[in-house]
Structures are given as structure tokens and as C-alpha cells.
Design a protein around this ligand. Structure first.
Ligand SMILES: Cc1cc2nc3c(=O)[nH]c(=O)nc-3n(C[C@H](O)[C@H](O)[C@H](O)COP(=O)(O)OP(=O)(O)OC[C@H]3O[C@@H](n4cnc5c(N)ncnc54)[C@H](O)[C@@H]3O)c2cc1C
Length: 431
């Protein structure tokens, strides 16, 4: 029976037949069977990609029953986890074991395999994306084979860690976790003019540093997270967390956005008021609780990685465009940083990046804004996040990823009949 599927942002829909295997062996059977019958099958995580990367062309493979920790070694930090495990489940389970992911992004709704397959990242000048924690993974290929892939096979390991679901279906992942840690978060309003000239220093001064800039204003909110010992305990008062994260960031913000769609001219004054309403807050907490916050107001997003030295030019050009056009953009621009890695299709492949993300309310018009943003980052060899909206095709991406031809060769070998393919993969990787 077919069911309507929509991604989180509402930008992609499909009417797939959904298969929900209960064991890795059953999953291998489903993939082999689909291949033998000439059908296409697409694994899906939590549907949090804004692009059509997860859209099923035919069958949809849900890993919702393949969730949880398989084994854990507290001494080495090596943890094996089933591929459909949501990050929020993983983070709590790791915490109970006295372990944690070295870094995380803004939310914990994604599945571990969905997050890794598109190269999801957090912020931190010395830390690569979440994929930096992969020590090995089990991949079921369309021939029904189940292969364990790790650093002992550099070609497959280079390709499969950010595989876009194009090489096979991941059933299990081994993560190199770190001892559980606590963070002290310092969130502070500031001005773009004060922060931009020193942004590289800010990146380097903290384990994690990020910046939110409110378009149409010169105001920013910075967020620096650093390690803190167990002896320092400054929790955020529950009422303050609820006020800031749930009421102001979600309920009131959502209501304001619904009104602003009908009164776009009010957006710039709204941003000025919203940015001025931000105050400083300092608190400590477990790493995953500090990193991840709820997001209930739907938006669309585009995010590019640029060499980190280019961040000032990109933000200056974007601010000039917004000031000139006075576009009604009610969401802040998010700026992060990450260390290079060796994963072929990772945005961080052999490059230290700054990440710049533009957002727009899902019912607003993002087209002119995102197009201008993409023009600006194109001048800096910007690499788009695979899960976030972008217009690039296979030829342009091949010029940005030195190992793209090698990735395609692995794809030809593992999925010659394109059992796993969909329109998005054809666009970004080629037929
Ligand atoms: C509100 C919000 C906040 C976000 N914050 C961040 C952030 O802070 N940092 C960041 O980098 N990104 C962020 N993202 C993007 C998000 O992390 C990625 O798009 C991620 O891929 C979504 O994971 P998912 O489980 O929803 O996967 P899906 O979107 O469902 O799938 C993504 C890809 O993974 C593949 N896949 C899923 N499971 C498997 C499997 N078992 N084997 C092989 N392939 C598989 C799918 O086929 C698809 O290609 C955010 C997105 C949203 C909506």
C-alpha cells in the first residue's frame, strides 16, 4: 500500500510503498529482492533533509525498527549502533554509558545514518563534522551483500562515510565516542561590525563558536561553548529555557512569521526588535543538551561551506545585498566553522571551512535571497550541504570535489543498475 511521505520542511513529497524490515538480515533481503525485480529502493531517515536527497522513486525503506545500541566499550569509546537510531535516543544512551559524540549539530531529530550520509556538522575549528566519529560501518549493497567497511579499506571508507544513500544501505555504524563532557555556553548580543573583523580569533578561541546575524540589521548573537568541569554547575533556570527556546524561539516566533507572510514590509522592523530583545545568557549543561534545541517553526534552508578565510567577504556581500534589496527575511543567518577531513564527498574534504546558512520561513519567498546567496558563495568555491537547498548539478559539483570521479566509480561498482537512485542523485552525481 502506498503512503504519502513529506519531508520536515514540506519541500518534498512522494507516494511510496514503505518497507519496514525488523532485522538487518530482512533488510538485506528487501534490497536484494527489489534489485532482482528491477525496482528502486531508497532508505530514509527522519526526513529532515531540505533537498530531495531522500525522495523515494519507488520503494521507501524505513529503518525505524533498526534502532538502538548494539555494543559499547566504555574503555575505548567504541560504540556500535543500529543505523535507524535517532540522535536523541543515541545521545541519551551514550550519556548513560558515560560517553558522548565529539560534536553535534543544532537538533537531535535526525537518524544517525541520515545525518552521516549527508555530512551533517556542528561547529568547532578543531572538530570535523559528525562523520569524523565514524570508525566503521556495515553496508548492504543491491546484490544483497553485507560488507563491513573501515579504514583498512581506504577506497570504500573514503566513499561510504558520506554516501548520500547512493552506495548501499547502512545497517550498523561504529562510532568513536569520547568521555561524556559538559559545556559552558556563553550567548551574547553584539554587532556584526565588531565581530566580523575578529571572527577568526573567535573561531580559534573556543571549542565551539557560532554566530547568528539578523538580516537587515547589524546585530548578531554569538554563542561560544567550552568544556567545563563537573564542579561548575550553572544550569539555565527552567523558566528561562522555556521562555527563550520554546516560547520566544518557537511559539512567538512562529506566530510572528505567520503574520509577517501577510505583511512582508514589517519584517525588517521585526528583525530589529527581535535582535534587540536578545540578552546575554550563560549556563552549563551536558554536551548534547547544550548543542541541541527544539525547532518547531518550519523553515527552508540553504547552507554552503566556504574556505574559512572567505567568511568575512561572504557575509559582507550578503549584508550589502540584503541592505540594497530590503528583502523580508525573518530568520537569522547562521555561521559555523569545522576542521578538514578526508571523506571524499564531505564538504570538509581537505579544507577548513566556515559554514554559512540562510533560512526563510517555509511560507515565505526564499527564491531571490537564496539565488543571491548562491551567487556570492560560488565566487569562493562554496560546497553545498547535501541535505540543504542548492541549485548545483553534477558538473559543477565535480569541479568542487577532487574525488568525485572516484566516488562515481565506487557507485558504478556497488550499484551498477542504480537500484538506489532517485532524481536528486542523478542531478548531483550523474545518471
Ligand atoms: C531543523 C533542522 C536542523 C538541522 N540542523 C543541522 C545542523 O545543525 N547541521 C547540519 O549539518 N545539518 C542540519 N540539518 C540537516 C540534516 O542534518 C540533514 O539533512 C540530515 O541528513 C537529516 O537526517 P535524516 O535522518 O532526517 O535523513 P533523511 O533526510 O531522511 O535522509 C538523508 C539521506 O540519508 C540517506 N539515508 C538515510 N538512512 C540511510 C541508511 N540507513 N543508509 C544509507 N543512506 C541512508 C537517505 O537516503 C538520504 O540520502 C538540519 C535539518 C533540519 C530540518
Amino acid at each position: 500500500m502506498s503512503t504519502t511521505w513529506t519531508n520536515w520542511a514540506g519541500t518534498v513529497t512522494a507516494l511510496p510503498e514503505v518497507l519496514r524490515p525488523r532485522t538487518p538480515e530482512a533488510l538485506a533481503g528487501v534490497v536484494r529482492d527489489a534489485a532482482e525485480r528491477g525496482r528502486r529502493v531508497r532508505p530514509v531517515g527522519s526526513g529532515h533533509s531540505f533537498t530531495a536527497v531522500a525522495r523515494p522513486a519507488d520503494l521507501q525503506l524505513s529503518l525505524e525498527h533498526l534502532s538502538g545500541i548494539v555494543s559499547a566499550d566504555r574503555e575505548t569509546g567504541r560504540v556500535r549502533v543500529l543505523a535507524g537510531t535517532p540522535l536523541r535516543v543515541l545521545n541519551r544512551a551514550l550519556d548513560l554509558l558515560g560517553l558522548a559524540m565529539p560534536n553535534l549539530g543544532d537538533i537531535d531529530a535526525q537518524t544517525i545514518s541520515g545525518a552521516l550520509s549527508t555530512g551533517t556538522h556542528g561547529t568547532g575549528a578543531t572538530l570535523p563534522g559528525l562523520t569524523g566519529a565514524i570508525a566503521g560501518l556495515r553496508l548492504v549493497t543491491p546484490d544483497g551483500e553485507s560488507r563491513w567497511i573501515d579504514a583498512s579499506e581506504p577506497q570504500l571508507f573514503g566513499a561510504a562515510r558520506v554516501g548520500l544513500g547512493a552506495l548501499g544501505v547502512i545497517t550498523e555504524i561504529e562510532l568513536a565516542c569520547v568521555p561524556a563532557y559538559r559545556l559552558r555556553a556563553v550567548e551574547r548580543p553584539d554587532s556584526l561590525d565588531a565581530v566580523l573583523p575578529r571572527i577568526q580569533e573567535h573561531f580559534d578561541a573556543h571549542r565551539h563558536f557560532e554566530l547568528y546575524w539578523f538580516p537587515g540589521t547589524r546585530r548578531v548573537q554569538t554563542k561560544a561553548n567550552d568544556l567545563v568541569g563537573d564542579d561548575v554547575d550553572e544550569p539555565l533556570a527552567p523558566w528561562r529555557r522555556r521562555l527563550d527556546d520554546e516560547i520566544l524561539s518557537n511559539t512567538v516566533f512562529g506566530a510572528a512569521n505567520r503574520l509577517l507572510v501577510r505583511a512582508p514590509r514589517a519584517v525588517l522592523p521585526f528583525n530589529a526588535i527581535a535582535a534587540r530583545a536578545l540578552t546575554e545568557r550563560v549556563y552549563t549543561g551536558r554536551s548534547h543538551e547544550v548543542f541541541c534545541t527544539p525547532r518547531t517553526v518550519r523553515f527552508v534552508e540553504s547552507e554552503y561551506a566556504v574556505p574559512r578565510e572567505a567568511v568575512t567577504d561572504v557575509l559582507t556581500d550578503l549584508a550589502a545585498w540584503v541592505a540594497r534589496r530590503r528583502e523580508p527575511i525573518s530568520f537569522p543567518v547562521e555561521v559555523r566553522v569545522a576542521a578538514p577531513d578526508d571523506i571524499w564527498l564531505s564538504t570538509g574534504y581537505e579544507r577548513a571551512n566556515a559554514y554559512i546558512a540562510v533560512h526563510q520561513y517555509h511560507r515565505g519567498d526564499h527564491r531571490a535571497y537564496f539565488a543571491a546567496f548562491e551567487d556570492i558563495v560560488a565566487a569562493h568555491a562554496g560546497r553545498p550541504h547535501w541535505g540543504k537547498m542548492h541549485r548545483l548539478g553534477a558538473d559543477e559539483l565535480a569541479a568542487l570535489y577532487p574525488r568525485m570521479a572516484d566516488f562515481r566509480a565506487v557507485r558504478d561498482r556497488l550499484d551498477p543498475d542504480r537500484v538506489l537512485s532517485n532524481d536528486y542523485l542523478e542531478r548531483v552525481l550523474g545518471p
